[in-house]
Ligand binder design. Structure first.
Ligand code: ASP
Length: 341
C-alpha cells in the first residue's frame, strides 16, 4: 500500500512564530523553519508536502478571502493528497474550521485544523504534539478510505468536529471545547477513534468547493441593560442581511415591547435573525419560556445548539449561495455539515 500523502497548509499563528527580542512581541516567521524545528516529522509513515500563505498571518487578521484561499488550496490538491492539515492561529480557528466545513461540500478526505498556545521553538511547546498527531489523523486510513472525512480541529489530545468548537481559554493548552458534540478521536497511548460520531458522506457526489461568502452579517449579544438605541443602530446598519442574536439560556430575550417591535420591523424589512444561546453548551428551545415564545411567534430562525462561530459562518455561506427567502429558515435549521442537532 502506498504511503498517504499529506499537505500542510500554513496560514500563520503562534505555532510558527518567533519572539522579536527587541520588542518582546511574537511575529510570524518563514514556514521552512517550522519543518526544520520538527525533525520528528521525517519518521511519520506518510509523505508530507507543505504550502504556505505568502504572508503568514496572526489569525485575528483572518477574513473571508483567506477562507476561500484555504478552500481553493484543498481543491487544487484534492486529487494528489489524501489529507490536509491547516496550521492556523487558535484565536479564530473555530470560525475558520466552521467556514471551511460549509465551503467544502461532499468532502471525503480529512481537513484538520491545528495550532498551538506556545511557539514551536519554545521549550514547553504544545505545537509538536498537536502537529504530529494532526498529521497522523489526516493520514489514518481504513480499507483504503480516509477514517476522517470532514473538517476537524485537533488540540491537546482531542479531535473535535471543527464546526462544533469554541476557543474557551487563552492560557491553558486545552484551549478548545466542543460542548454539544463529543470528540471524534482521543489521543492517549493509542489513537481512540469514536467511529459512531464521525461524519460519513452520503451519495456519490464529488467534492464541491463553494467560493462565495457574504459578510453583511453581525452578532448582537444581549445583556441586562441592553437598550433600544443599540438595537436600532445594529439592525439599521446599511446592507446588513443577517444577524445572530445571542440570547440568554435556552434562547430567551426580554419581553419588552420596543425589542419585539424593533425585531419585527427588521424582519419585515428582510433581515434574517437567528436565535443562538450565549451559553457555551446546551440548546435554544424556542417556546420553553414566555421570554422566547415571542421570538418564536416572530418566526425568528432557531439556532438550536449551534455555536455562534458556526452560526455566523453559516449565514455568510447561505447568503453567498443566494438561498431563496422562502427556504432560508428551513435550510438554516437543517444540519448541513453536522453543525447542529
Ligand atoms: N494570536 C494567535 C493567533 O490566533 C494565537 C495563536 O496562534 O494561538 O494567530
Amino acid at each position: 500500500m502506498k504511503e498517504p500523502r499529506i499537505l500542510l497548509i500554513y496560514t500563520g499563528g503562534t505555532i510558527g512564530m518567533v519572539k522579536d527580542y527587541d520588542s518582546g512581541a511574537l511575529k510570524a516567521f518563514n514556514f521552512d523553519k517550522l519543518l526544520t524545528n520538527i525533525p520528528e516529522l521525517e519518521q511519520l509513515d506518510c509523505t508530507i508536502d507543505s504550502i504556505s500563505f505568502e504572508k503568514p498571518i496572526d489569525s485575528s487578521n483572518m477574513n473571508t478571502n483567506h477562507w476561500v484561499s484555504i478552500a481553493s488550496i484543498v481543491e487544487d490538491h484534492y486529487q494528489s493528497h489524501d489529507g490536509f492539515v491547516v496550521l492556523h492561529g487558535s484565536d479564530t480557528m473555530s470560525y475558520s474550521a466552521a467556514a471551511l466545513s460549509y465551503l467544502l461540500e461532499y468532502l471525503e478526505k480529512p481537513v484538520i485544523f491545528t495550532g498551538s498556545q506556545l511557539p514551536i521553538g519554545d521549550l514547553r511547546t504544545d505545537a509538536k504534539e498537536n502537529l504530529i498527531t494532526s498529521i497522523q489523523i489526516a493520514a489514518l486510513q481504513e480499507k483504503g478510505k480516509a477514517v476522517v472525512q470532514e473538517v476537524g480541529l485537533y488540540f491537546e489530545y482531542k479531535l473535535y468536529r471543527g464546526n462544533r468548537t469554541t476557543k474557551i481559554n487563552a492560557e491553558h493548552f486545552e484551549a478548545f471545547a466542543s460542548l454539544n458534540y463529543p470528540p471524534l478521536i482521543e489521543s492517549g497511548v493509542h489513537l481512540k477513534v469514536y467511529h459512531e460520531y464521525l461524519m460519513r458522506k452520503k451519495g456519490v457526489k464529488k467534492l464541491h468547493v463553494h467560493k462565495n461568502l457574504d459578510n453583511n452579517v453581525a452578532i448582537l449579544k444581549l445583556f441586562p441593560g441592553f437598550n433600544e438605541n443599540i438595537l436600532h443602530s445594529v439592525v439599521e446598519t446599511p446592507n446588513l442581511k443577517a444577524l445572530v442574536l445571542e440570547t440568554y439560556g435556552a434562547g430567551n430575550a426580554p419581553t419588552e415591547e420596543w425589542l419585539i417591535d424593533g425585531l419585527r420591523k427588521a424582519l419585515k424589512k428582510g433581515l434574517y435573525i437567528v436565535n443562538v444561546t450565549q451559553c457555551s453548551g446546551g440548546s435554544v428551545i424556542m417556546g420553553q419560556y414566555e421570554t422566547s415564545s415571542q421570538l418564536e411567534a416572530l418566526q425568528i430562525i432557531n439556532g438550536k445548539d449551534i455555536t455562534t462561530e458556526a452560526a455566523i459562518t453559516k449565514l455568510m455561506y447561505l447568503l453567498g449561495n443566494k438561498i431563496s427567502r422562502k427556504t432560508f429558515k428551513t435550510i438554516f435549521e437543517t444540519p448541513l455539515r453536522g453543525e447542529m442537532q
